[in-house]
Write a protein that binds this ligand. Structure first.
Ligand code: 7TS
Length: 417
């Protein structure tokens, strides 16, 4: 590591940051909690929890409707959150930020609305072989309706996407390339800039699933030139039930509404209804107002920490964990791509991941086991799933020591006795 990188790392104080997350300071099964399931959902800092409480205590009201002070305060904060997310992503305009329920709904929205209006029989949709089901199934659903196909972009045994293979698959019938920024199952960081460029070279549109990227990496949608970028608030320190769809304004303008209801209309009559402008065209019904405002608080939180330091710290955690895994006999790593973040996926030879997960939990260590909703890549590797430890900047080397102490005990129990 360079001296500059070391200096940055030393500025990042994970122990101090941990104090912002009240949930981390508890015992589970009589042991201090080690939370290594951050890819499933990150924990929430006090400021985010407080934003939800403050909203319901002081400002609860519907947005964009009431002619009173509370409604005005709620609307101001709700729209301020949109501006914050637009700034975080460097979107050209706040109206390019659409609130959804999460990554899954964002992808379903694009698949249904863009897909219904743009796809025709014979069109092709490419998704990487390591996608989360949320970035496969909505495409299969719309492809079936429109007579299009969904094809996997090959991924090698290390978990690296095969860019040359993608290039070879491209032709003018490819209309959508949908790819994760970071794999939730393997931790691979995909070369999204090149993927987007390749998609554009044949006139295809590109959707990037940023669910696993937002807590680890900084994202600039204009620099990436990406058409759609989607993520969930709950995987970046915000609440569950809220997600983001970023879309280029021109694409969103051309898309029909996804759901009908209040807010998304301009005028309604039995002779014909007209749509509201962006972003409201895609926001039918009363949204999760508290959740959106709390996502705004999560963005403030992210902007307040030393991101360079956090990234260096997370790199250190992954390297430290990987070195420990390689030094422990009987561990097989799943996902060893050169570019990775946040995830150590592995098997303990001769055991089932679920049994390992249970024994870790009993020792206070929270991980996830299973196929991580990425069954195709697990099938390709011929395994039912993995044990996944997923990291955040509030984790420490001590957490990883606890993980491996617990693994040694699990191994003794499952393999050696
Ligand atoms: N895409 C990726 C890459 C994900 O990791 C997830 C959730 C989703 C989409 C769906 O997000 P949601 O908020 O709409 O549910 N991934 C995981 C996980 O790895 N463990 O639990 C949920």
């Amino acid at each position: 590591m360079s001296e500059a990188a070391l200096a940055t790392r030393s500025r990042f104080d994970a122990e101090q940051v941990r104090k912002d997350f009240p949930i981390l300071h508890q015992q589970v099964h009589g042991k201090p909690l080690v939370y290594l399931d951050n890819a499933a959902t990150t924990q929430k800092p006090e400021a985010v929890i407080q934003a939800i409480v403050d909203y319901y205590r002081n400002d609860n009201s519907n947005v964009h409707r009431g002619a009173h002070a509370l409604a005005e305060r709620a609307t101001d904060q709700f729209e301020q959150a949109r501006v914050k997310v637009a700034q975080l992503l460097n979107a050209a305009e706040p109206r390019e930020i659409i609130w959804t329920r999460g990554t899954s709904e964002s992808i379903n929205l694009v698949a249904a609305s863009w897909g219904r209006s743009q796809l025709k029989a014979g069109d092709r949709i490419l998704v990487s072989a390591m996608e989360h089901h949320s970035n496969i199934v909505p495409w299969q659903m719309i492809a079936e309706q429109m007579g299009a196909t969904v094809e996997p972009i090959p991924v090698d045994s290390a978990g690296t996407l095969d860019l040359a293979a993608l290039e070879g698959m491209l032709d003018e019938r490819v209309r959508m390339v949908a790819c994760g920024h970071v794999s939730n199952a393997l931790g691979s960081v995909n070369p999204v800039r090149q993927i987007i460029e390749l998609a554009h070279s044949v006139g295809a549109v590109c959707l990037i699933d940023g669910a696993q990227a937002m807590s680890h990496l900084r994202v600039d949608v204009q620099a990436l030139d990406c058409d759609f970028y989607v993520f969930s608030a709950h995987k970046m320190f915000g609440p569950t039930g809220v997600g983001v769809l970023y879309g280029k304004a021109a694409l969103l303008e051309a898309m029909p509404p996804y759901q009908g209801g209040g807010e998304m209309i301009e005028t309604v009559s039995f002779s014909g209804t007209t749509w509201n402008q962006l972003p409201y065209k895609f926001e039918a019904g009363t949204p999760d107002i508290a959740g959106v405002i709390a996502l705004g608080a999560a963005v403030d939180y992210l902007q307040s920490i030393d991101r360079d330091g956090a990234e260096a710290h997370e790199r250190d955690l992954l390297e430290y964990a990987e070195a420990k895994a390689r030094a422990m006999p009987g561990i097989t790593l799943v996902g060893t791509a050169a570019e990775r973040t946040g995830v150590l996926s592995f098997l303990l030879d001769g055991t089932h991941p679920h049994d390992v997960g249970m024994l870790l939990d009993q020792q206070g260590v929270a991980v996830r086991t299973g196929n991580h909703c990425a069954q195709p890549i697990m099938d390709q590797y011929g395994i039912p799933g993995t044990v996944r430890a997923s990291f955040c900047f509030y984790n420490t080397r001590a957490d990883i020591d606890r993980l491996f102490e617990a693994l040694v005990k699990a191994k003794q129990f499952l393999v050696e006795e």
